[in-house]
Each structure stands twice: as C-alpha cells, then as structure tokens.
Design a protein around this ligand. Structure first.
Ligand code: ADP
Length: 397
C-alpha cells in the first residue's frame, strides 16, 4: 500500500490529489488558486466534506507547505512519511522524454529548455516540482508528460510538410497533448470492450476547454489532432483549431498587429468565445443556441463537423474502429454535442441510443446494440495515471 500525491501546478495554481495505491482510492483532493495575489483560495475535499479558505499564498512554496500542514492538522495523514511519492503533470516533454521519469537536476533543465513549446505551462511545473522537493526532500518525485503517449505516432503523422530544416533546427512537428487522458480512456475503453488492448482500435474524443482527438491503435497513439502546440485541431473554448496560416498575415496587415498578437487571439479569443460571442463555457453557448441564437448554433455545427472530420480520417487511417470514447467536461456532459457528432457518422453504421445518451459524467455505453462502432462515455482520470506511473517509475512497493 502506498500514498501518492498527483500534482498539476499552473502559473498561479496547484491542483492535487492524494491517492491510496494500488486501490486508486482518493484520500483527499483540492486546489490552491490565486497564488501570488493578495488573497488565495484553498479548496480541500476529504471525508465527503469540501472546505474553502482564503490564505495569503505569496509563492507556490507557501502553498505546498500549507497543504502539507493541513493534511497533518486534519489527520488526513498522521505523518508526512506516509507520502511515498509525488507525481507531477508536465505538459511538454518534446522528443526528449519517451516515458515518465524520476526528477533530477538534468530533468528539470530539460523541462526548462522545452518551455519554448509550452511557455504557459512548463515554467509553472518547474516551480511546483521545486516547491515539493523543498517540502518533501526524501520523497521520490516523478514527472509525467502529456506528450509521451503521442511519441508512438509514426513520422508520417507527426511531420509537417514544412522545410525539413525547421524540424532539424527547431523541432517543428506535432507533439499532441492530453496524452495521459487519452491513454487512460483508451485503456478503460478496451476493458469495456472486453478485448485485449493490443487488438483494439479506439478513437478518443477529449472534449474539455482544451480538446483533442486521438487515434489509438493497439493501445498506442497513431495520430492526434493537436500539433506543435495545443492550438491545432478542432475549435475549443477559446482556441480556433486548425486554419489556413495565411489568416495570420492577413489580419496582421489589416489590423496592424504582430503575428504573436494574432496567434494570441487564436488561442484566447476564438473558438466558442469568438464564434458565438456568448462565452467560452459550453453551458452558456448551449443555452443561447436553445434560445435561437444563430451564432451559438453555428458554433456547435462547426465544431461537430470538424470533430467528425477527424473521426472519419482516423477511422480510415486505422482501417476501422471498435469504439469511440467521449471524455472531459464536454465529452462527459454535453449530450446534444455527442448526438450531433454521432448522427453525422451514420454512414459508418454508428447509431446513438438517445435514452442512454442522457448520461452525464458517468461511464456508459451510448450506442444502440446494432451500431457498427460502440460509443462510450468514459470519465477521464489523469491523476490515477500519474499515480500509476509514479509507482512504476519510482519502484514504490
Ligand atoms: P479543462 O480541464 O480543459 O479546463 P474541462 O474538461 O473541465 O476543461 O471542460 C470544461 C468544459 O466542459 C466547459 O465548456 C464546460 O461548459 C463543459 N461542462 C462541464 N460540465 C458540464 C455540464 N454539466 N454540462 C455541460 N457542459 C459541461
């Protein structure tokens, strides 16, 4: 039996979950937000209770210390020695990291070097790792990368048709993201199919604020919709997804903006937010669409069309598909979007069971018995994957 802390550190937040392994039972979970601001927010869930406090958290180090002190004070752990390992989510591992790994100075240096490809994420992860190293100096720290799962993509899937020197000099290629989620969901879907993972062809639709679709063949990522950065792929909460790159230079000329300013708009003011004009939250856009707002309706029409483009392309690329799995905030909860997608796939013999599709946030089969491809809702669990990898890599018994 071991206790593992799964951590996702952002620039001003630390999300955490303490799990008992191998049972994969959540002992406590929560988040520290607004680190570095005048007043922070610390939310802690344990024993069926949820508590919120407003401590001052000048840096991540104070946040981590407060978290550990709180675990002791509330008797959630009797001693910090009970924590056997800490697993950190890291967004970008480039081509360098092919697996999760134990943290040392060289690993931290590499994660820092890769920050060019994930400027919002990698530097924040390092701050989180250092804070936990300081607070728990004798505990194994492991990093688990979002990109590792996609390192199995064949060259033909990850290369862009740009000058080859760009790849050689700067590493310009597709890396993908949400790998931990795609891996967890595909493994779980294989169990639900009752088939050995190596014999499965699964398309995972991770539809959250950030969204990506992955073709998983034999348990390995074969292609994924996100690219060099998480901007590529389908339209998302605030991201445009794929478009003709000429749009960037055209808007630069028309509006006197720099390329990075326009790319920032494609990242932060596009997608649901930009198209619908209502907001980036799918619930608000759904409400507006139901009230007859054309742009809100168009947002779902465009997004579902693009999602289907990827599913159809991956179906052909894998030479078939056993199951489509929906996961993350929208995939797990947005019934009308799932229906729009599956209805468009009718030509492949996929059929949705409208009654079963009412499910929200729970594992379920949502296709009819005669559907040629099974369709599931599978809630994702990145923390469990992080804890499993921490145990494996740090050889924790
Ligand atoms: P991320 O982790 O990328 O921030 P999430 O996986 O939490 O994103 O997904 C956020 C999206 O899921 C939002 O657009 C939100 O509207 C949608 N969502 C979450 N819960 C529900 C729900 N109960 N009904 C409809 N949409 C939901």
């Amino acid at each position: 039996m071991a206790k593992i802390m799964a951590v996702n550190a952002g620039s001003s937040s630390i999300k955490f979950q303490l799990l008992e392994m191998p049972e994969e039972k959540v002992i406590t979970s929560g988040v520290m937000e607004r680190i570095g601001l005048a007043e922070g927010i610390f939310t802690l869930k344990y024993n069926g209770k949820k508590e919120e406090t407003h401590p001052v958290l000048p840096t991540h180090a104070e946040g981590v210390q407060l978290l550990l002190d709180t675990l002791l004070q509330k008797g959630i752990v009797k001693s910090l020695d009970e924590i056997d390992g800490v697993g950190h989510r890291v967004v970008q591992g480039g081509e360098y990291f092919k697996d999760s790994t134990l943290v040392d100075d060289e690993v931290i240096e590499k994660i820092a070097e890769l920050a060019d490809l994930a400027p919002l994420h990698n530097p924040a992860h390092i701050i989180g790792i250092k804070a936990f190293q300081k607070a728990l100096p004798n505990v194994a720290q492991v990093v688990v990368f979002d990109t590792v799962f996609h390192q199995t993509m064949p060259e033909e899937a990850y290369m862009y048709a740009t000058p080859y020197e760009w790849y050689e000099k700067y590493g310009i290629r597709k890396y993908g993201a949400h790998g931990t989620s795609h891996q967890y969901v595909s493994q779980r879907t294989a169990e639900l199919l009752n088939k050995p993972l190596k014999d499965t062809k699964i398309i995972v639709c991770h539809l959250g604020n950030g969204a990506s679709i992955t073709a998983v063949e034999g348990g390995k990522s074969k292609d994924t919709s996100m690219g060099l950065t998480p901007l590529e792929g389908i339209p998302m909460g605030t991201r445009s997804g794929i478009l003709d790159p000429t749009v960037v230079s055209y808007i630069c000329d028309k509006e006197g903006k720099t390329a990075s300013e326009v790319v920032n708009i494609l990242n932060k003011k596009s997608g649901y937010l930009g198209m619908s004009g209502v907001g980036n939250d799918a619930r608000d856009v759904t409400k507006a669409a139901n009230e007859g707002n054309h742009r809100a309706q168009l947002t779902f029409a465009v997004q579902s069309k693009r999602i289907v483009d990827y599913i159809a392309s991956y179906y052909v690329y894998m030479g078939g598909c056993d199951a489509i799995a929906f996961t993350a905030g929208m995939g797990e909860n947005l019934c009308h979007l799932r229906k729009k997608i599956i209805d468009r796939l009718g030509v492949l013999g996929v059929k949705i069971d409208d009654e079963a599709n009412k499910v929200m946030g729970e594992e379920a089969l949502i296709s009819t018995p005669d559907s040629k491809i099974k369709v599931f809702v599978v809630p994702t669990n990145e923390e469990v994957m992080i804890a499993r990898d921490t145990i494996r890599v740090a050889k924790i018994k």
